[in-house]
Design a protein around this ligand. Structure first.
Ligand code: IPT
Length: 269
């Protein structure tokens, strides 16, 4: 009657929205949720968090921590007394997962900007250690290449608004001539909008900005953010449903890939 959620920092909007959904859908199915948040500051390990949950007799665990496929497989092998479902792995990895297609929304973003006439693109990706940040980056690059384009500059942030603020200032110093900026998530895009506003750069007049996630606040940024929408509520719902089904019938471990869709608002033109 209890399931576990191991999550990356809940100070980030996307994982906190997923945690809220997991709790809501689990409660609706008469399950309690125990949350263990990895504290990256003290280098706490994922195994440590899993052990914490096991000591409270949890045997079904949702893991929302960015993991390379080999690391996720190792976690599964070393914890065969529990059932693990992953939310932040390569969708095509062998482990039981519910994740987002990393290519459809990114492709749609580049295509949309290209069709609006943009040719000079800058990229501000998420952290180098994140599988999904790298899959998004790869898809941007592949799509640009299909138009015979290369980004005029690119950089990495760490998902938070401050890193978006610093990141765009660095991009402007390196190659000020871009007219379109693709950002790895909405929180970084928030920092980007703030920095551009302070520099007197018009969005979308001089630079069009596209984010990624479409968390609840993104429609209220100024200008309202064009972004790739992940249905994080649905991810939480699917994760709970599939985990509970699989714990009843062992053959039911079916993973699922959810779509990511471009939502056009006012930060692009
Ligand atoms: C991913 C978000 O897109 C990003 O904004 C950040 O919050 C990150 O999670 C934290 O790990 S979504 C994830 C399910 C790939």
């Amino acid at each position: 009657t209890t399931l576990g959620l191991v999550t990356t920092s809940l100070a980030l909007h996307a994982p906190s929205q997923v945690a809220a959904a997991v709790k809501r859908y689990a409660n609706a199915a008469d399950y309690q949720v125990l949350i263990a948040m990895i504290d990256e500051n003290v280098n706490q390990s994922l195994q440590n968090c899993i052990n914490e949950l096991k000591s409270q007799r949890v045997d079904k665990v949702i893991i929302n921590v960015p993991l390379e496929s080999s690391d996720a497989e190792q976690i599964v092998q070393e914890n065969d007394d529990i059932l693990c479902l992953f939310l932040d792995v390569d969708p095509y990895s062998a482990v039981f997962n519910v994740s987002f297609n990393p290519a459809d929304g990114t492709r749609a973003s580049v295509k949309y900007l290209y069709e609006q006439g943009h040719r000079e693109f800058a990229l501000l990706a998420g952290p180098e250690e994140s599988v999904s940040a790298n899959l998004r980056l790869k898809s941007w690059l592949d799509t640009l290449e299909s138009y015979r384009l290369k980004p005029v500059s690119f950089s990495h942030g760490n998902w938070d608004a401050q890193s978006g603020y610093n990141g765009v200032l660095q991009l402007l110093r390196e190659a000020p001539e871009f007219s379109a900026l693709l950002v790895g998530n909405d929180q970084m895009a928030l920092g980007v909008l703030s920095a551009l506003h302070q520099r007197g750069v018009a969005v979308p007049g001089q630079i069009s900005v596209i984010g990624y996630d479409d968390t609840y606040e993104s429609a209220f940024f100024h200008p309202a953010l064009t972004t790739v929408s992940l249905d994080l509520d649905l991810q939480g719902k699917e994760a709970v449903a599939r985990l509970l089904l699989a714990s009843e019938q062992d053959e039911q471990r079916s993973s699922s890939i959810l779509p990511a869709k471009l939502v056009v608002r006012s930060s692009t033109g």
